[in-house]
Design a protein around this ligand. Structure first.
Ligand code: SAM
Length: 244
């Protein structure tokens, strides 16, 4: 997969792209990320990319000219999926990240100030994505969040892909609790079943904990599931049936 990022502050992305799974995915040629500075497409001597809003008011707007020129260079065949990061977009979910991981070329457009001229959205943008109901000062961090979520589910990118498949949201349940050594720490014990070596019982315990945790913390997620009689019995035992 190739990802081009168009940003006013590309330096924000560099350290994260050179670390951990994202670095390994690039080294393994599963992922190529190129971060471009929007100012490279500015045409005046001050390299300006923003201007005052028509109609007045506070804040600057990213001009259409440099963005249209950049997209003409980065997407000549117009085959890429062009994503504008904006709080007005479709909320980012695990399912959306997984479906985007199947694309071959993404272009991520990062806004700044009050955002981009509306004609960019009308003509160039395929999809708008939000990383949450809050407003960041720029799209760079939102683009990083999206790249990270996509990068770790790219087939072959994560060493132990298994572990991504059981993370929270990958099967509509939150992840179960995790423990590592020592078995006793400051008087707190690791649940006995995890020390038993009994694989079936461990899996059952993990599923039960994931179900209980989801019912307690994110009950709306359970609405999407077909609960079995056994699931309902687990929730009942935990006093959580009224949530369903
Ligand atoms: N005036 C815009 C609005 O209310 O929709 C907000 C502009 S914000 C200050 C500047 C840029 O940050 C946006 O253009 C967008 O690229 C990015 N941004 C801010 N919050 C975001 C979010 N929750 N998800 C994705 N991108 C966001």
């Amino acid at each position: 997969m190739k990802i081009d990022v168009l940003a006013l502050f590309p330096e924000i992305l560099a350290p994260a792209l050179q670390t951990g799974i994202l670095r390994r995915a690039q080294e393994a040629d599963k992922l190529a990320v190129n971060v471009h500075n929007l100012r490279d497409w500015a045409t005046d001597k001050h390299k300006s990319v923003d201007d005052y809003p028509y109609g007045g008011g506070a804040g600057m707007i990213l001009k259409p000219g440099p963005i249209f020129s950049a997209l003409a260079d980065l997407n000549p065949g117009q085959t890429a999926h062009v994503i504008y990061l904006t709080p007005q977009g479709t909320p980012l979910t695990q399912a959306l990240a997984e479906s985007l991981s199947l694309e071959t070329h993404l272009i991520l457009l990062c806004g700044r100030y009050k955002g981009v001229d509306e004609r960019v959205r009308d003509r160039l943008v395929t999809t708008e994505i939000s990383i949450g109901d809050y407003v960041l000062s720029g799209g760079e961090i939102a683009a990083l969040v999206l790249i990270d979520a996509i990068g770790r589910v790219l087939p072959g990118a994560l060493g132990d892909y298994e572990s991504a498949q059981v993370d929270s949201f990958s099967h509509e349940l939150l992840d179960h609790p995790h423990y590592t050594r020592p078995a006793e720490f400051e008087g707190m014990q690791v649940p006995e079943v995890l020390l038993s070596g009994h694989h079936d019982n461990i899996e059952k315990w993990r599923y039960t904990e994931a179900l209980r945790r989801t019912a307690q913390r994110r009950p709306a997620l359970l609405q999407k599931l077909e609960l079995t009689a056994e699931d309902i019995a687990i929730l009942k035992a935990a006093g959580l049936t009224e949530l369903k």
